[in-house]
Write a protein that binds this ligand. Structure first.
Ligand SMILES: Nc1ncnc2c1ncn2[C@@H]1O[C@H](COP(=O)(O)OP(=O)(O)O)[C@@H](O)[C@H]1O
Ligand SMILES: N[C@@H](CCOP(=O)(O)O)C(=O)O
Length: 316
């Protein structure tokens, strides 16, 4: 469960009093997620998400994320916007954290995507990329190859506590990926974390794309590679589902073109994606406070995926 900051009913009522969205009826900490504190808030006029930004989200980046969400929503993408208070402010402070009141979107995230769901989710990313081609703001990726390499170095030999020998094995793998990293593919703002838990669905229909707080400017095909690594394997990273992987890429290209150069870079981009998520998961595994209400995610599930991408071309 990801609730790092406890918000009292009194503090939440005072916060809601700044908005025209009714009075507090109930609030529950949301079990899913690892980065921020999220509450499901019911008021006398509707249902909302309250997010308090923690850990890796800098308050300085919030205006970028909010502008991106507005841009995508105007283009008809199913993304949640932050709601302004009576003075027009979107970004607030609550219990010492930056906080936003956010539109609630219906739908559930799937844990075992079917081919049809993967195709729909890939198409949703394709549409999002078409829209982002016209979004002019930029944000550097702090978790690009330099960022995840530095994070792995910061974990250092403690990585061996996760699995003996991991520090050396990953170091060699990271060197190879960094050396092969494509420099000249098309770039744009990307989501950079479009895992199944960040796509809300009703049946085979995508009803929500959420959690844009890693969004950044990077190689556009890297977004698809991240998504592939998250959607086409089981949670342990042990079993690859070729049909789901194919459907995901197929859905994407139904909406957005993928050049030959982008296609042939997907295997190395996917390996980079694996090391990036392995790095943050390993850091969190080693550094999450014992009293945090959060379920840590298994770093080795991303090492297994990495080995699968290194062994075979899963995009062939
Ligand atoms: N706008 C929203 N509408 C509906 N549910 C949401 C919304 N935002 C977040 N959630 C719910 O909260 C959970 C955690 O949100 P998420 O943004 O993924 O958190 P984190 O940033 O901590 O990873 C999601 O899995 C989803 O169940
Ligand atoms: N998706 C990442 C971690 C970020 O968690 P999210 O709940 O914000 O998607 C992972 O699985 O390692």
């Amino acid at each position: 469960m990801a609730v790092y900051t406890q918000v009292s009913a009194e503090a939440l009522s005072a916060f809601l009093a700044k908005f025209d969205h009714g009075e507090l009826v109930s609030a529950k900490g949301i079990a899913e997620g690892v980065e921020n504190s999220n509450y499901l808030v019911d008021t006398t006029t509707g249902r909302f998400i309250l997010t308090l930004y923690e850990k890796r989200v800098s308050a300085d980046d919030l205006p970028f994320f909010m502008a991106m969400l507005d841009h995508l929503a105007i283009d008809g993408n199913p993304v949640p916007r932050a709601l302004p208070d009576r003075s027009g402010a979107l970004i607030h402070e609550l219990c010492g954290r930056p906080a936003c009141l956010i539109e609630f979107l219906t739908g559930v995230s799937v844990s075992h995507p079917t081919e049809a769901q993967a195709r729909a989710a890939g198409a949703a990313m394709g549409s999002m990329h078409l829209s982002l081609a016209r979004f002019s703001q930029e944000r550097a990726n702090t978790l690009g190859p330099d960022g995840w390499r530095a994070l792995l170095d910061k974990c250092g030999r403690d990585l061996d506590a996760i699995e003996p020998g991991l520090f050396d094995t990953i170091g060699t793998a990271a060197d190879a990926v960094v050396a092969a990293w494509p420099a000249d593919l098309p770039r744009s703002v990307i989501h950079a974390d479009l895992f199944p838990d960040n796509v809300l669905m009703l049946g085979d229909r995508v009803t929500g794309l959420i959690d844009f707080y890693f969004a950044c400017t990077d190689v556009r095909a890297y977004d698809l590679a991240i998504m592939h690594s998250a959607w086409a394997f089981d949670a342990q990273g042990e079993r690859y589902d070729a049909a789901v992987g194919k459907a995901l890429v197929g859905g994407y290209v139904d909406r957005h073109p993928l050049s030959r150069a982008e296609r042939s870079a997907l295997p190395v981009l996917a390996q980079g994606a694996c090391l990036r998520f392995l790095a943050t998961r390993a850091w969190d595994w080693l550094n999450t406070p014992a009293d945090a209400l959060v379920t840590r995610k298994d770093p080795l599930a991303y090492w297994r995926r990495f080995e699968a991408y290194r062994k075979d071309d899963l995009f062939a």
